[in-house]
Ligand binder design. Structure first.
Ligand SMILES: [Zn+2]
Length: 194
């Protein structure tokens, strides 16, 4: 028996083909920490000790296409990931989202059964962990994370970055000319004289 779909936590290890056959769906919030590779990209906001408060909204389902005999993983993942803006180095809340429609295959020859533009993953031996009774298990979270990672920006930045660093080197000489130190001294002297 596998965990029921009403479990409060999104199961990680699943038997994709058995679950697709039976039909499985899950909706809810998953801590970002369970998506380790994305969590490692997050910047901890000031005043928070870690990224525990961050979550990913997950809606997913596994089902079997009876005609093609293909197991599908469909899903929607949405998260706001705080990252460091590469322009101003301040925090930027990056919306990260993806729609998943993925055929789960076990052999390359199955690709022929799919539409030309269909996304698929060929579950390799490394991905498949053999569980009790040699059940074929895969890591559902890892699979979903692979998809969500594609929408995580490599170089995050504010859409309109207002905190942009001023080009200090160009501005400084003018600044010195304007605030002439001798002029400042003269003013001070004038005040002392009066
Ligand atoms: Zn910025």
């Amino acid at each position: 028996m596998h965990a029921s779909s009403s479990a409060s936590q999104l199961p990680s290890r699943i038997e994709p083909f058995k679950w697709a056959e039976q039909g499985f769906s899950w909706s809810g919030l998953v801590p970002l920490s369970r998506f380790a590779r994305i969590a490692s990209e997050a910047t901890v906001p000031a005043g928070q000790s870690d990224t525990d408060a961050l979550t990913v909204q997950v809606d997913c389902r596994l089902y079997m296409d009876e005609y093609q005999r293909i197991a599908w993983l469909d899903g929607t993942l949405v998260a706001i990931v705080p990252m460091t803006c590469q322009r101003c180095l301040e925090l930027v809340e990056v919306p990260v989202a993806t729609e998943v429609h993925l055929a789960l295959l076990t052999a390359e020859k199955q690709i022929a059964r799919l539409d030309e533009d269909a996304d698929f993953v060929i579950l390799s031996e490394e991905q498949v962990v053999h569980g009790v009774d040699d059940a074929q298990m895969i890591d559902l979270i890892e699979l979903l994370e692979d998809e969500l990672l594609l929408s995580v920006p490599i170089s995050p930045r504010h859409d309109e970055c207002e905190n942009r660093h001023q080009p200090v080197v160009e501005d400084e000489p003018e600044q010195i000319k304007r605030d002439n130190p001798f002029e400042a001294l003269a003013n001070l002297k004038g005040k002392l004289d009066s």
